[in-house]
Design a protein around this ligand. Structure first.
Ligand code: ADP
Ligand code: DP6
Ligand code: CO
Length: 361
């Protein structure tokens, strides 16, 4: 290395949005490589609202890899972090920072350590896909730091080894995670379906029912489902493949009625297989159920669906309104049914469209 002082630090900061599945991934066929038992489709949220910000730094003064999540040091000894670090390091290239007079040769990376500081601007481990934004951002920022030349598809296969849902956060818009067939996972990657401009009328509202950490992580929840549920195989083999085809078509055509039907049905089936797990897993709570009833009744009274709902592995609602008008009406309804400072107060609303907030004051 050119710099002998050992005092230099090179840093990269990246920001990655989270994504919410409209056809859910639930169940692995390979726990280590994180290979899914079905394809899934998600929508990536606006990074202005829900995102992870990660800074990665390298210096000869660091004597081990370390990471801080939301200000607290966490262990990197878990297989997932190690797999991501190893895969990125293996693809590192020469890096030169002329201003700092630093030159790192490809072969030096295996002896250099990194420090990582990551922040989620939304609840961690509460069913809002923090692992998706988190691992996508970790892989992306490490790849930038180490001058990795892989495309987003190849990077998605590395992010997948951190958390399955993370592979879908490397693209905006609607994204499909193709489960793949290969045993080594080389074809288990994310592919963009349409970019964020394709259906930009949609407004996503997140109603935070509870921001506490969930009792059953997604990882252990889906493992228990695969081990004990009789319904999961039917879901993965019979139901999801058909829904994937229908959902892709609905997204291409911007067919909101079909989109809503599939999104709500898939969320409900995912929670049904959780209930079919032994012991049963309850991710939704009474407030989540009340939100579902409220949206279902409203959609029926309108004659045609105006709002889709989906819940990940947690009680928080992700509501997708057909357009800004219905998003504003939805907010009014939520405020009416779940008034502030009441027992069922929804802690906050995160609105996927900045100008909407100005519209409604
Ligand atoms: P969620 O529903 O929020 O995705 P999971 O149970 O799937 O919850 O994953 C939560 C775990 O993801 C955390 O315990 C942590 O290990 C990891 N994680 C969350 N945020 C980050 C981040 N910013 N960087 C790296 N890992 C993260
Ligand atoms: C309900 O990707 O968090 O959000 O791969 O074990 O890290 P691991 O699980 P994770 O599971 C996400 C499950 C889900 C549905 C989805 O995002 O598709
Ligand atoms: Co997760």
């Amino acid at each position: 290395m050119a710099d002998e002082s050992q005092k230099w630090v090179l840093m990269v900061t990246a920001q990655t949005p989270t994504n919410i599945a409209v056809i859910k991934y639930w169940g692995k066929r390979d726990e280590n490589l994180i290979l899914a038992i079905n394809d899934s489709i998600s929508v990536t949220l606006d990074p202005a609202h829900l995102c992870t910000t990660t800074t990665v730094a390298v210096s000869p003064a660091f004597n081990q890899d370390r990471m801080w999540l939301n200000g607290k040091e966490i262990s990197l000894s878990g297989g997932r972090y190690q797999n991501c670090l190893r895969e990125i390091r293996a693809r590192a290239n020469d890096v030169e920072d002329k201003k700092k007079g630093v030159k790192i040769a490809k072969k030096d990376w295996e002896n250099l350590h990194v420090h990582v500081a990551s922040y989620n601007n939304f609840p961690t481990a509460a069913g809002l896909a923090s692992s998706a934004a988190g691992f996508a951002c970790l892989v992306y920022s490490l790849a930038k730091l180490m001058n990795v030349q892989e495309d987003n598809g190849r990077l998605s296969a590395i992010a997948r080894q951190g958390s399955g849902s993370a592979c879908r956060s490397l693209y905006g818009g609607f994204v499909k995670w193709v489960m793949g067939k290969e045993e080594n996972g080389s074809d288990s990657i994310a592919v963009p379906l349409v970019d964020e401009k394709h259906w930009d009328e949609l407004v996503i509202i997140i109603a935070v029912v509870c921001s506490r950490q969930k009792e059953t992580s997604s990882t252990s929840g889906m493992r228990e489902t695969v081990e004990t549920s009789a319904l999961i195989e039917h879901r993965a083999k019979e139901v999801v493949p058909k829904r994937i085809i229908q959902m892709e078509e609905a997204i291409q055509k911007r067919d909101f009625a079909t989109f809503t039907h599939l999104t709500c049905a898939d969320s409900n089936q995912f929670h049904a297989v959780c209930l079919d797990t032994s012991p049963p897993i309850f991710y939704m709570n009474d407030t989540s159920h009340r939100i579902i009833s409220c949206v279902e009744k409203w959609n029926r009274s309108e004659g045609t669906p105006q709002v889709a709902y989906t819940f990940d592995a947690g009680p928080n609602a992700v509501l997708i309104a057909r357009n800004r008008t219905y998003a504003a009406l939805l907010l009014q309804r939520l405020l009416f049914h779940f008034p502030p400072n009441s027992e069922t107060d929804l802690n906050s609303y995160v609105i996927g469209d900045k100008s909407l907030m100005e519209d409604i004051g």
